[in-house]
Structures are given as C-alpha cells and as structure tokens.
Design a protein around this ligand. Structure first.
Ligand SMILES: [Zn+2]
Length: 73
C-alpha cells in the first residue's frame, strides 16, 4: 500500500514538473519573439487563422495559403 502511495505522489510531482516546464518554455519563447512593432497580426479571412507576418499590404496565410489583404482601421 505504501509503495503505491509513494508512486502516486511521485507521478503527481512529475506531472507538476512537466506543467511548470511547459509554462516556462512558453514564457521564454514569448520573450524571445521579435518585437511586434515591426510586424503585423493577421487574421485570415478564409480560415480565421491568426498569425504574424512582417508584410503590411498582402500576406499569405500559413494554414490555407490564401492571400489576405490588410484591412485599414
Ligand atoms: Zn487561412
């Protein structure tokens, strides 16, 4: 019984470690992303996929390869 309890706690600790590692990688990855000032956030008009592209007039959707036009706000 005791060994079963220990392995359960160990598994939970391992899961928590994995989650923390995953969150850390995501946070670090976000920091190393290039500045958003020079890049534009695009939302595909065909598949509604949101992505970042440096172009400011026409951009190709990485998911469905359709050409998107920049919508002026
Ligand atoms: Zn698309």
């Amino acid at each position: 019984m005791e060994s079963s309890f220990t392995s359960t706690v160990g598994l939970q600790l391992l899961t928590i470690c994995c989650i923390l590692l995953f969150v850390w990688i995501r946070t670090e990855g976000r920091k190393s992303l290039p500045s958003l000032n020079t890049e534009n956030i695009w939302c595909c008009s065909i598949c509604t996929y949101v992505y970042i592209d440096a172009k400011d007039d026409l951009s190709t959707c990485p998911r469905c390869s359709s050409i998107n036009k920049k919508v002026e706000e």
